[in-house]
Design a protein around this ligand. Structure first.
Ligand code: AKG
Ligand code: FE2
Length: 205
């Protein structure tokens, strides 16, 4: 997995991008590890605090997992449906974190997002973490996403995130608004059953 390709410059300071960071073989191995984890912690459809189901299905790996329900957004150590601890974060992701974001501590949360069909994610900030200075690292697998992010001027623009691309919200972009407008269905055959898996690594506490 390491060495990484050179970083792709972006227009948003702190928004870091490594296109093609994961070779095809590394992508396949990671999908395998993710599928294994999902057997222990099945994907489920969270609801917003207002009670609306998200279009994305989710699960988590690591000591803490991000959840949303009627009670709000938070991190918790167990799966809301099975009540069991989340599976551990795949080793390859821990190595990727070490190789990219310059942060002394490992991630303690890995959100798994599955986008199928018309699933998308509205513009939001990642701000449920204790230390909002710790970077967020995001891995794209499977179908291409149209990713939207706000620049320093607050205006948003889009870029495509393809399978194997890795990006980070760090430094001045840590609280940048971002989301996924849509996923280009059928653009990849990596994910069994189709779609896109996003893995978002964070320091929750
Ligand atoms: O799927 C993506 O690329 C973004 C996911 C995201 O922003 C999040 O889970 O907070
Ligand atoms: Fe996010």
């Amino acid at each position: 997995m390491i060495p990484l390709p050179p970083e792709t410059p972006t227009a948003t300071p702190g928004f870091r991008l490594w296109r093609g960071a994961l070779a095809a073989s590394a992508q396949a191995a990671l999908v395998e590890a993710v599928m294994q984890g999902l057997e222990a912690a099945p994907l489920y459809r969270p609801v917003t605090p207002g009670g609306r189901p998200l279009s994305v299905k989710m699960s988590n790996f690591g000591p803490l997992g991000w959840v949303s329900d009627r009670a709000g957004y938070r991190y918790q150590p167990t799966h809301p449906e099975t009540g069991r601890p989340w599976p551990s974060i795949p080793q390859a992701l821990l190595e990727l974190w070490r190789a990219t974001v310059n942060w002394p501590d490992p991630p303690d949360a890995c959100l798994v997002n599955l986008y199928r069909d018309t699933a998308k994610m509205g513009l939001h900030q990642d701000r449920d973490e204790a230390d909002l200075k710790a970077p967020v690292l995001s891995v794209s697998l499977g179908d291409t996403a149209v990713f939207r992010i706000a620049g320093a001027d607050g205006k948003t623009s889009t870029l495509k995130l393809e399978s194997g691309d890795v990006c980070a919200l760090a430094g001045p972009a840590r609280l940048a608004r971002h989301g996924v407008d849509r996923v280009l269905a059928g653009s990849s055959r990596l994910i069994p059953g189709g779609g896109r898996i996003n893995l978002t690594l964070r320091r929750a506490r």
